[in-house]
Design a protein around this ligand. Structure first.
Ligand code: PRP
Ligand code: MN
Ligand code: MG
Length: 184
């Protein structure tokens, strides 16, 4: 079964829940932007969001464009450094556009708040945020999430884009890593 592979001790979001959640978010986003004259740009935050973003775009039934920013605050550790580095910026101008930032997880909120601050300065027409996972217990910076997937408890999660030391992103579900692996 999926929960005994790869050093995973517990499954937090099964493949089936992943699929259901992405479909639900896709239709919420479609419904929301469909009522507007929209020039929608999805901004995926690398690296973590790439799996979710790839699935999500196929559930949004509207014309859209995709660009990426690369940010890093955890490095190879399990604790937010609080210092969010911009590794790569957008290649697209967002002025006057409807921008939807897409994340794999909101934990302390440091990453989202940094990106929101940066992008607001560039005068988008609108700026919304979507995350697949949310860890409300871990919030340090308050961020308003417009489209939210699944709330998870305060445990170090991997899979579906989330890594530990850059590994486990390819698991098709979200799980908790064996603490012994985190100690190595
Ligand atoms: C992780 C995750 C989110 C962020 C959430 O990124 O992908 O982007 O941390 O945590 P926060 O709310 O505490 O800021 P990470 O820095 O590990 O980079 P990665 O996406 O390349 O894994
Ligand atoms: Mn990330
Ligand atoms: Mg990471």
């Amino acid at each position: 079964s999926e929960n005994v592979e790869n050093g995973i001790v517990k499954v937090l979001v099964t493949r089936e829940e992943v699929e259901k959640t992405v479909k639900r978010l896709g239709s919420e986003i479609t419904r929301y932007y469909d009522e507007k004259e929209t020039d929608l740009l999805l901004v995926g935050l690398l690296r973590g969001s790439f799996v979710f973003l790839a699935d999500l775009v196929r559930e949004i039934k509207l014309p859209l464009m995709v660009d990426f920013m690369s940010l890093s605050s955890y490095g190879d550790g399990t604790v937010s450094s609080g210092d969010v580095k911009v590794v790569m910026d957008l290649d697209t101008s967002i002025e006057g556009r409807d921008v939807l930032i897409v994340e794999d997880i909101v934990d302390t909120g440091n990453t989202f708040s940094k990106v929101i601050r940066m992008l607001k300065n560039r005068k988008p027409r609108s700026l919304k945020v979507c995350t697949f996972l949310n860890k409300p217990e871990c919030r340090i910076v308050d961020v308003k999430i417009d489209f939210c997937g699944v709330d998870i408890p305060n445990e170090f999660a991997v899979g579906y884009g989330l890594d530990y030391a850059q590994k486990y992103r390819n698991l098709p579900y979200v799980g908790v890593l064996d603490p012994e692996i985190l100690e190595e």
